[in-house]
Design a protein around this ligand. Sequence first.
Ligand SMILES: Cc1cc2nc3c(=O)[nH]c(=O)nc-3n(C[C@H](O)[C@H](O)[C@H](O)COP(=O)(O)OP(=O)(O)OC[C@H]3O[C@@H](n4cnc5c(N)ncnc54)[C@H](O)[C@@H]3O)c2cc1C
Length: 635
Amino acid sequence: MAKKPENKIIVVGGGLSGLMATLKICEGGGKVDLFSYCPVKRSHSLCAQGGINACMDTKGEHDSIYEHFDDTVYGGDFLADQLAVKGMVEAAPKLIKMFDRMGVPFTRTAEGVLDLRNFGGQKNKRTVFAGSTTGQQLLYALDEQVRRWEVKGGVKKYEFWEFIKIIKNKEGICRGIVAQNMNSNEIVSFPADVVILATGGPGQVYGRCTASTICNGSAVSAVYQQGAELGNPEFLQIHPTAIPGSDKNRLMSEACRGEGGRVWVYRKNPQTGEKERWYFLEDMYPAYGNLVPRDVASRAIYKVVVHMGLGMHNPNRVYLDLSHIPADYLERKLGGILEMYSDFMGQDPRKVPMEIFPSIHYSMGGIWVDREHHTNIPGLLASGECDYQYHGANRLGANSLLSATYSGTISGPESLRLARSGKLGSPLTQEELEAARQECVAEFDKIRNMNGPENAHKLHHELGDIMYKYVSIERDNNGLKECVKELKEILKRWDNIGVTDHGTWANQEAMFVRQLRNMIIYAMAITQSALQRDESRGAHAKIVLKSDYDKMDDQLKEALTKKYGKFHFDAETGRGTTDDGNDDLVFFERNDKKFMRTTIVTFDQEKEEPVVSYREFEHSLIKPRLRNYAVAKKE
Ligand SMILES: Cc1cc2nc3c(=O)[nH]c(=O)nc-3n(C[C@H](O)[C@H](O)[C@H](O)COP(=O)(O)OP(=O)(O)OC[C@H]3O[C@@H](n4cnc5c(N)ncnc54)[C@H](O)[C@@H]3O)c2cc1C
C-alpha cells in the first residue's frame, strides 16, 4: 500500500498559541517544524501573571458563558467579531479542564475547587489562576506535551532561529519560510505544506513596554510587507499599572486590583482643603471602581497625573496599594509578583503602596485572520497575540491567555485540513527555495556592512519615544500627522545606520537592525490607521481639534455638546477644552455608523507606506450600546 504523504506544518512561535497549535497538529497526525527565537518554554507567555478567564462559576455567582461573551464584546467596545468571541468563551471552561488534567497547579480553595479572582471589566469572579505565575504554569504544561511528540519524532524544534520571511509558490500560496540560525548566522529555506505564525505581540515598537524584548512584531511586519493584511493595528493596550524602568517597564498585574488593591493619589479635599487620599477610580467609576477595564483606568491615571498634576514624585506616579490586605493572603495569591516589585524597587508592597504608571502592554490588532485563522495569503495562518481576532478595541485582562491557547486549537487542526485539501498548488522547487534564501543572505550581508553615522539602538529609542508621544493614551490628528512625518524620517535614517559587528557568527546586532526596519514599518501602519479613525473607541481615544470640529456634520457636533456642554478650543494647541471649570479635554465620540468596521491595512510596496481601508465584520448577536463603567452593565 502506498504510504500516505506526510503533512509538514511550520509553526513559527513557541508561546502558548504556537505550542497549542503544534500539539493539535501532532494529535491529528501531522508533523511540525517549530521555530522560536528562544527555547520555547522561555517564550513571552511565561511572563503572564494574573490568570486566564473561563466561566467555571465555582463561587456560586451564577456566572454564565453568555456573561463572559457580553463582557468581552462590551469591553472591546463592539469592534470584535462576535461569532469568533462566542466560540472562544464557549471553549474556555473545556480548556481549563484540559490544562487541569495536564497537571497545571491552579490555585484552589480550602475545599479543593478551582479558586477564581476578579479581573477588570467583569463583575463576576471568572479568572482562573496559578498564584501569580499562571502563564508559566500553562506554558510548561504545553511544553511537556509537545516534548512527548518531539520524542516520537512528530516535532523538530528550531530554537534560537529567527523567522525572516515566507516563501510563496507560483500560485501565490505560502509554502515555506526563510529563517536564520542566531548562532551560526546560517540562513536556510524550509519548505512546508502550510505555515502558522504565532509570534506574539509588537510591544518593542514602543521601546519600553511590559512585554519581553523579543516581542518586536518583526515577523508580522515582514509578512505584512509580503502582502498580509493587518487588522485594527491602531488599537494598542496601555496597561494602567506598570513599574516604569529606564530599560523596560515591568507589569504589576491587574490581579493586584482583583485581590483588593486600590489606586490613589493625595489631593486637597475640595470641601475642607485638607490633604487626603483620593481613590479616584472608585470615585469616577462607582460601579466597577478599581476594576474598570485597562483603557478606562489608564486614561483616568493619565488625567490625574498629567492634566491635574496630582502625580507622586518625579517622574509622576500613582499609588497601587495592597498594604491593607493581610500579608499571608497576599503571599498565597500574589507572591511571585510582590517579590518582583521588592527586587526592582527595594520596597515591600506588603507594607508600603507601590508606585506605578501606565505602559504599553498588548496589541489588540495584528494580522487579519478569518474565524479559522487563515490570513489573506493562502497557506499562511496566524494565531495568538500576533492576530487581530477576539479583543476588538480593548482586551479584558486574562482574556489573552485564553485567546492565545484557544486560537492554537483552531489554527493547528485548520492547517492540517488545508494541508490535506489538495488546494496548495505546486510545492516549492529547489530553485525557488534557493532564490528566497539568496535574497535574505544578500540583505543580511548588506546590513552587516552598513557603516553610516546612525546608531540602531538610539534610533529604536527615538522610535519608542515618538510612538509614546503621539500614539498612546490620548491622540490627536495634529500629533498623528507629525508622527507620520517623523516615522518617514526615521525610516530614511535607518539607511544610514552603522553596524559595529561585521562578523558572521552570532551577529545579533545585524539581526536587530533588520528587526528595527520592520518595527518602523509596523509603527507606520499603527499611526496611519490611528490618524484615519476619527472617533474614540476602546484604547483609541482621540481629542477633538478645532480643525476636526469645523469638518463635522451637525449631528456629531450636537453629540459633543450633549456630552460636554459648552467648550472652547485652546488657542495654542487647537484642542477642545470644556468650559465647566474642570478644563476636561473634548474627545471624539464613538461613531458606529462610520467606524464600526475593522481597519484593514495593506502595504504599498512602491511607496513603502500603509494603505488603510475598512471591512465589515459580524456583530449581529449583541446590539451595540454605549460603554459606561460608572454604572453597572445593562444588557
Ligand atoms: C507582563 C505580562 C503579563 C501578562 N499577563 C497576562 C495574564 O495574566 N493573563 C492574560 O490573559 N494575558 C496576559 N498577558 C498577555 C499574554 O501573556 C500574551 O498575550 C500571550 O502570552 C501571547 O501568547 P502568544 O503565544 O501569542 O505569543 P508569545 O508567548 O509572545 O510567543 C511568541 C513566540 O514567537 C517567537 N517569535 C517571535 N518572533 C519570532 C521570529 N521572528 N522568529 C522566530 N520566533 C519568533 C518567540 O520566540 C515566541 O516563542 C500578559 C502580558 C505581559 C506583557
